[in-house]
Design a protein around this ligand. Structure first.
Ligand code: ZN
Ligand code: ZN
Length: 139
């Protein structure tokens, strides 16, 4: 018996240090640095809401790639669209996340349709034309 706790080791994708791999591809040190950097970026964005991703990067030292990732995760939000972040569905400029509001709504509707396993006909037009909802809430 070796008496060792088996632990999967991996090289941190950031600093290449060998570390016990849990979920994240980066080690604790890099994660901590990331959090500090995130705070700096967030503070900067709070004080300079109109900053573009490039400006944020220049001022805080965070890479544009990282800032974009935070925006995609919804952890950061731009005050206005800067042309850096686009809806993955329709390509219009957005300030945070993956999709614009209308695509989010559309995606949610599709997910609802899949869950109920029924083609969704509940758009406004068909609702107006023939489908009468049974809303007999009145007494
Ligand atoms: Zn690291
Ligand atoms: Zn969209």
């Amino acid at each position: 018996m070796k008496g060792e706790i088996f632990m999967e080791m991996a090289n941190c994708v950031r600093c290449r240090k060998l570390f016990p791999k849990f979920k994240e591809p980066i080690c604790e040190d890099c994660k901590k640095k990331d959090e500090e950097l995130f705070k700096i970026v967030k503070d900067y964005l709070d004080s300079t809401p109109s900053a573009t991703i490039q400006e944020i990067s220049n001022e805080t030292g965070a890479s544009t790639k990282k800032i974009l990732a935070w925006l995609r995760e919804g952890r950061l939000e731009l005050a206005e669209t800067t042309g850096d972040l686009k809806c993955k569905q329709c390509g219009i400029d957005i300030t945070s996340g993956q999709f614009c509001d209308s695509c989010v709504m559309e995606i949610n509707r599709q997910i609802d349709g899949i869950i109920s396993e029924r083609p969704s006909v509940a758009n406004n037009e068909s609702a107006k034309k023939g489908i009468v909802m049974h809303t007999k809430n009145r007494k």
